[in-house]
Structures are given as structure tokens and as C-alpha cells.
Design a protein around this ligand. Structure first.
Ligand code: TYM
Length: 347
């Protein structure tokens, strides 16, 4: 089974990213061929600082490695190193409905958040995301709940491409999302009606993967709880429900088991237990990170090797897609040419 996922190199990675996505990437290495892409081209669709983008990309790469992605067992690469992603975006845009892109929740949220330019890139963001996955004919995509809509669009794009150009064949694989049962949507600690994110209620609502233990303890101690005193999940208790979900996720336990264990506990006691386990969960990642992040040439070598492996797969898909769409020379003719012939300028 081929498993693909992408993560943005922007902002600092937080507990939501870690529980909802990164921990799934790590465990997927046991189940199949994992391909993980750090999506720097997605990052340029909103205002950003060019000088910082590469640094953040190294940060994200080092976090993925520190979490347990092993480049000898999976492929880790930088999106912009594999040009097939952008070409496929363009080709797939011809089977993507404009109105659907305009209605996407993330587009509308980000559109409202932009102070200056709402770029065309922001609108095309989900098509690039579809291209990321479809270029590898991946069967499974581990993501958090907030990516569900993007995955549905991606599936529709693949289906529409196959219907229009496939001649009865599944040229592009229609992928399945893999959203975890526990921790698919970790909420902000200060405003548990919003998902945890780098642009949420501020520093105190978001636990970062690289936070010091003291900072994690402080954030959890001041997490918003609800009226009442029972440690129990309920729609009226979003704060406590979120903490139960967090503790269950970091322990790899059932939320019901957490509720049972803390049935007689006070909120303060429960929050201290959550803090302790979150600190223990993230501590090894932070320790490994420091060493990995310090060696930029080693990170570049991993990304470069990953891009080489990714390109082999993506270029094969692209050759099929171009062929089906009638773009460029026929695949059979291209295969027969001596390598390099296409690009050589005679004389
Ligand atoms: P990004 O970088 O925003 O987030 C990376 C992953 O973290 C998950 N996530 C969460 N999970 C649980 N609780 C939260 N509060 C939380 N916040 C974020 C996200 O669901 C995601 O899985 N568009 C994507 C990147 C992308 C991609 C792809 C993903 C580009 N191409 C191809 C899958 C396949 C994004 O912005 O993720």
C-alpha cells in the first residue's frame, strides 16, 4: 500500500499537527510505503517571509525525523524539488470546477484573513494538494479532520479525470483519507470551540512540539475548563472534552478509559496529569530535534535523496496523464527516443 501525506513548513508545529498527522505518518511506516512531502509551494499562497521559508522547511524536516520518520524506510522530500507537482496542478485544473474551489471552507477562511492580496494561488491550493497525492497514485492519505474537504475534492478530481480521459481505466488512483479515531481535531486550549493552530487565540492556547516542559505545564494548567466538576466528554464541556481527547491520544488509549480513571478527580488534578503525559510524549522529540536541526547539510541530503525517489514515481504518472490528455509527444514515441533528445538544441 502506498501512503502519502503533506505538511506545511510554515509556523511552528503544534500538538494538533503531531497527534492528528505526524504520529500517523510514523506508524504508517509499519503498514506500507510512506511518502511525505513538505509543501513549500503551498506556503507561498498567503503572505510569508521569503528569508524564513527555508529555515522553517528545515525545522519541519527535523521535526518529522525526530518524530520517527526513517528515511531508509520512507521518502521525505520538498515539494518544490519535484516539478511534476506544478505541472499536474495545471493539467488537473482543467477537470476542477471553479465554483467548488470558491466554496472551500479553507479558501473562504483564508480569504477573509488576508489583509492585502487574495492570490489566485490561494484558490488553486486544493488543486496543488490533489496533484501532490495523485502524482503518486497513493491509496491512503493520513490527515487530521480539517483536511476532509480537501480530500473529497481530490477524490472527485481523480474520478472526473478517469471518467474524461481514462477510457474505462483508473489512470489516477482515487485515494482514501485516514483520519484518526482519537485526536483528529485537537482544539485550542483557550478557546476550545476553535481548532488548535498557529493562528489561534495566541501563544497560550497552542502547545508547540518544541515547547519547554515548563511552558507545556503552564499552558495546560491555564487551559479553559467548563462549569461543573466531572471529567466527562459532552458537547457542553468542550474544554474538558478536548483534554480527555488529548490525554487519550498521547496514551494511545480509549477516551472512555480516561474518563473512568479520572471519574473522581478534580479538574486541577486531571489537568496536571494531562500536562505530565504531554511533556513525556513530546520530550524525546525535542531532544532528538536539536541534534538533527543543527546539521543542515544532512537534512538537505535526505530531502535531495527523497526528491530523487519521488520524481521517479511522479514522472511516470505525468507521462501517463500527458498521454491520456493528448499533451506533448505520444508516450511510446518519447520512450523510443534516445534520452536527452527532447531537450537538446541541434547544432
Ligand atoms: P497543515 O500543514 O496545516 O497540517 C498538517 C497536518 O496536521 C493536521 N492538523 C490537525 N490535526 C488535529 N488537530 C488539529 N488541531 C490540527 N491542525 C492541523 C492537518 O489535518 C494535516 O494533516 N493542506 C495541508 C498540507 C498538504 C497535504 C497535501 C496534506 C498539502 N498537500 C497532500 C495531505 C496530502 C495542510 O495545510 O496541512
Amino acid at each position: 500500500m502506498r501512503i502519502f501525506s503533506g505538511i506545511q513548513p510554515t509556523g511552528r508545529k503544534h500538538l494538533g499537527n503531531y497527534i492528528g498527522a505526524i504520529s500517523q505518518y510514523v506508524s504508517s511506516q509499519e503498514r506500507g510505503e510512506g511518502i511525505f512531502c513538505i509543501v513549500d509551494l503551498h506556503a507561498v499562497t498567503v503572505a510569508y517571509e521569503p528569508a524564513e521559508l527555508r529555515e522553517r522547511l528545515y525545522d519541519t524536516t527535523a521535526i518529522l525525523l525526530a518524530a520517527g520518520l526513517d528515511p531508509s524506510r520512507c521518502t521525505i522530500f520538498r515539494q518544490s524539488d519535484v516539478a511534476e507537482h506544478t505541472e499536474l496542478t495545471w493539467l488537473l485544473s482543467s477537470v476542477t470546477e471553479l465554483g467548488r474551489l470558491q466554496r472551500m471552507h479553507q479558501f473562504r477562511d483564508k480569504e477573509l484573513a488576508q489583509r492585502e492580496l487574495v492570490s489566485a494561488g490561494l484558490l488553486l491550493y486544493p488543486v496543488l494538494q490533489a496533484a501532490d497525492v495523485l502524482a503518486y497514485r497513493a491509496q491512503e492519505v493520513p490527515v487530521g479532520e480539517d483536511q476532509r474537504e480537501h480530500l473529497e475534492l481530490m477524490r472527485d478530481i481523480a474520478r472526473r479525470f478517469n471518467a474524461r480521459y481514462g477510457d474505462g481505466q483508473e489512470v489516477l488512483v482515487v485515494p482514501e483519507h485516514r483520519i484518526p479515531a482519537v485526536g483528529a481535531r485537537i482544539m485550542d486550549l483557550q478557546d476550545p470551540t476553535r481548532k488548535m493552530s498557529t493562528s489561534g487565540s495566541g501563544e497560550s492556547g497552542t502547545v508547540y512540539v518544541l515547547d519547554e516542559p515548563k511552558a507545556i505545564e503552564k499552558k495546560l494548567a491555564s487551559a479553559v475548563t467548563d462549569s461543573g466538576s466531572e471529567v466527562r466528554r459532552s458537547p457542553e464541556k468542550p474544554g474538558i472534552s478536548n483534554l480527555i481527547e488529548i490525554l487519550a491520544a498521547v496514551r494511545d488509549a480509549d477516551p472512555a478509559a480516561v474518563e473512568a480513571e479520572f471519574a473522581d478527580a478534580r479538574y486541577g488534578e486531571f489537568k496536571a496529569a494531562v500536562a505530565q503525559d504531554v511533556v513525556a510524549y513530546l520530550a524525546p522529540v525535542r531532544e532528538r530535534y536539536e541534534q538533527l536541526r543543527a546539521d543542515v547539510p544532512a537534512l538537505e541530503a535526505i530531502l535531495d535523496d527523497g526528491a530523487g525517489r519521488a520524481r521517479v514515481i511522479a514522472s511516470d504518472t505525468l507521462a501517463d496523464v500527458r498521454d491520456r490528455m493528448g499533451v506533448g509527444a505520444p508516450r511510446a514515441a518519447r520512450a523510443g527516443r534516445p534520452s536527452g533528445a527532447v531537450d537538446t538544441v541541434p547544432g
